[in-house]
Design a protein around this ligand. Structure first.
Ligand code: NAD
Length: 495
């Protein structure tokens, strides 16, 4: 790993109305490389006035410049061109992204391939957005006389200007999840990436520009300040907010959006349960649970952070999981052999350390990890807490780090009750060799995604989103497209 000096810092501006520009404030902020805990990129620091300019450009592109009326095949061509650029330049951007957020280069490379495929999927969707014909002879009077030959049809129209507010974990993937369906639908967009790890979103923006999307259709305004995101969420000229982030901020976005009754979708946090039954294939279950909690250093919304293990195999499973956790290769995210990188930024690092203290106060034993890593930077040890009960804070609150809280249960009914005893409902895993039990439990877990004998499989082809406080609406797939469309009924008497 090399340390960069201030003069080496990569420079990034705002992107508004098809131009790279300086922010009104003239200020910048520094993005850190979490593997060394030092700044490496200098980012233009947007303010409310910059959001206003970006929204005005997006409004004009939508209302006056004809983006929603462009024939679908033309929008598809742009999406395909962007998909090709993502395939070509993805590996190079993946390195920048891994430097910016500490995620493994192997995962980032894979994500850019997925972004390529996702954009092709949405390119293919542009000319398949159609409506329904509803034959509806209208009753004219109480005797039941009808106006014959009257029907209604539906048009599915783009929702308008979208404010996209994204988090720092997998930032490029998160904006691509929103961008693809929004562009297929004919919306325009203003993106406000997280103050942590904004670089890959700006690189994605560069590719959007190169692909030839018209000015104003997509705009990116990074900022170090939370009130800038709040300004976008409250903006009266924005028709919809598509938000991914924490539940607390999601709630404030819902409140801010009420003023002009924006459409809102929220992809929020979780405290998902991996349920391991006594009849599970233990080796497969350990692999699945590890993927659920240690992939991306546990910094995923869908992390299987509660591990529910059936009594007869509890001790054996904890021992196997702890041994596997201790054996993980923690280190440089740019090294393809690394299995777990650092925590992505200082605030989250401090948050994870604080939960190590909370666990001690709650009397929980660390079967593995439970401390900062000797590597320095923002590294911690992969952690397995055993003997956890579902009432403890480590089982109820989203830690957003590589911390598995292992809880004992007896029987199917208790497993389902514990899994559902949470404010969240994003995801879950079921590990068993019994096919009927797997499907029974998958049906009863109140979560938007359930994996059977695996964990953390996600693509743009399947809907993703949360029950309860894990979100509103769905992203990806046909449900994800609906979130960027309004439905209009048009009535036609043909007498
Ligand atoms: P966060 O909620 O702190 O920030 C998310 C975004 O909101 C950032 O761009 C931030 O600048 C902005 N923001 C902060 N305060 C705001 C306000 N008052 N108004 C408007 N915008 C504001 O979340 P984070 O720390 O960046 O990301 C981690 C969280 O995201 C976790 O809770 C995780 O579970 C969740 N997440 C969910 C999904 C999902 O698909 N469900 C995916 C990834 C992350």
């Amino acid at each position: 790993m090399t340390v960069q000096t201030a003069c080496d810092l990569a420079q990034y501006k705002l992107y508004i109305d098809g131009q790279w520009c300086d922010p009104d404030s003239g200020e910048t902020f520094v993005s850190e490389n979490p593997a060394i805990g030092a700044g490496w990129a200098d980012i233009a620091d947007g303010r409310a006035g910059d959001i206003d300019r970006a929204v005005a450009a997006a409004r004009r592109a939508f209302d006056k410049d004809g983006w929603p009326d462009l024939i679908p095949q033309e929008r598809a061509k742009l999406l395909r061109r962007l998909a090709d650029l993502c395939l070509e330049r993805g590996p190079e951007i993946a390195k920048l992204e891994a430097t910016d957020n500490g995620k493994l280069i192997t995962e980032m490379m894979l994500q850019w391939r997925l972004i390529h495929e996702l954009l092709l999927y949405w390119a293919g969707m542009t000319d398949k957005i159609d409506g329904r014909m509803i034959p509806s002879p209208l009753p004219l009077d109480v005797r039941g006389t009808h106006l014959p030959n009257c029907f209604a049809y539906t048009r599915r129209e783009p929702v308008g200007v979208v404010g996209a507010i994204t988090p720092w974990n997998s930032p490029a993937m998160q904006i691509a999840y929103k961008f693809g369906p929004a562009m297929a639908a004919g919306c325009t967009m203003v993106c406000k990436p997280s103050e942590h790890a904004p670089v890959s979103t700006l690189e994605f923006t560069r590719l959007v520009d190169e692909a030839g999307f018209p000015p104003g259709v997509f705009n990116t305004v990074p900022s170090s300040r939370k009130d800038v995101g709040a300004h976008l969420a409250a903006h009266r000229d924005v028709d919809k907010v598509s938000f991914t982030g924490s539940t607390a901020v999601g709630q404030s976005i819902v409140r801010a959006s009420a003023d002009n009754m924006k459409r809102v979708t929220c992809e929020l946090g979780g405290k998902s349960a991996s349920i391991v039954f006594a009849d599970a294939d233990i080796e497969k279950a350990v692999t699945g649970v590890m993927a659920g909690i240690f992939a991306a250093t546990g910094q995923t919304c869908m992390a299987g952070s509660r591990v529910l293990v059936e009594d007869p195999i509890y001790d054996r499973f904890v021992a196997a999981l702890a041994e596997a956790a201790r054996g993980m290769k923690v280190g440089d995210p740019l090294d393809p052999g690394t299995q777990m990188g650092p925590i992505a930024n200082r605030p989250n690092y401090e948050k994870v350390l604080s939960y190590f203290e909370i666990a001690k106060q709650e009397g929980v034993q660390a079967a593995a990890g439970g401390s900062a890593h000797e590597l320095g930077g923002y590294f911690v040890h992969p952690t397995v807490f055993a003997g956890v009960t579902n009432q403890m804070r480590v089982a109820r609150e989203e830690i957003f780090g590589p911390v598995a809280s292992v809880i004992r249960f007896n029987g199917e009914e208790e497993a389902i009750a514990i899994a559902n005893d949470t404010d969240y409902g994003l995801a879950g895993g079921v590990f068993t060799e019994s096919i009927p039990k797997a499907h029974r439990v998958a049906a009863k877990v109140r979560a938007g995604t359930v994996w059977i004998n695996t964990y953390r499989l996600v693509t743009h082809m399947a809907p993703f989103g949360g029950y309860k406080m894990s979100g509103w609406g769905r992203e990806n797939s046909l449900e994800g497209l609906d979130a960027f469309l309004e439905t209009k009924a048009v009535w036609v008497p043909v007498e």
